[in-house]
Design a protein around this ligand. Sequence first.
Ligand code: HEM
Length: 257
Amino acid sequence: MTSALTLTRTTIGQKVVVAVTGLILFGFVIGHFLGNLILFVGPEAFIDYGWTLKHNPPLLWGTRITLLVAVVTHIGLTMSLARRNASARPSRYKKAREDQVTSYAARTMVISGPLLAGYILFHIAHFTAPGLAFGGAEFDHVNIYANVVSSFNVWWVAAIYVFANAMLGLHLFHGAWSALQSVGAQHPRYDSIRRNLAIGLAVMVAGGNMMIPLAVRGGLVGDAEQLRAAAEHAEELRAEAGMLTGDHDDVSGEELE
Ligand code: HEM
């Protein structure tokens, strides 16, 4: 415990903890991105995916608690490092710093970070608790397919997700670039590999996530037949679990949250 506290007091220790928590968050983002792609398999598969996660309390709560600790630590230490950097750097170095070859992503880290934090709060309120209904459909804790489709049928909700995932891409690009540097891949010879790897990861995750609102808006997923199949499947699951059918807001929601 004492050594963990000492670690977070030194700059290098803080950087290590920021990198490790960043890696944990990155792991979640990759896992969640792969889960989101199940939407393209079909409504039943996507609903089953959400249902399985929610009916596995150790996995659900283990992930939620780990994420909460990781996100709070990551943001807290990043802010502390930024303050330390600002106060340690005399103003005469300011010009030299501006001249440094810092990427666009690095300079926008301070903007993409808070925007992402805001997006995550909105996103949890939207799809988890309390669950926000957009596009005229009722929010349904079991039928997550309908929640996604009806939301993204509203252009500005889709636009928020596309924009937020562009921010995520920038943030991941710089995060992966710095993390690879911290683990020693900073020789100029490795620069292009490091850069390509960071770009590849960021484009894959952000681009893959963006495909979902764009596919809904383009009519590739979420037609009337798929929505009907989704509603039927959600009712079947509810019936199997002995939940009241059609009462989306109370019984199913409370039991699943
Ligand atoms: C277009 C992109 C995304 C879509 C379609 C999407 C979809 C969803 C859905 C449907 C849920 C609720 C799952 C359920 O109730 O079973 C959810 C939960 C969540 N998502 Fe996303 N997501 C996206 C991007 C992201 C990103 C980029 C992050 C983080 C940076 C994120 C973080 C979370 C978190 C923390 C939860 C709450 C998990 C819980 O219940 O504890 N999502 N997402």
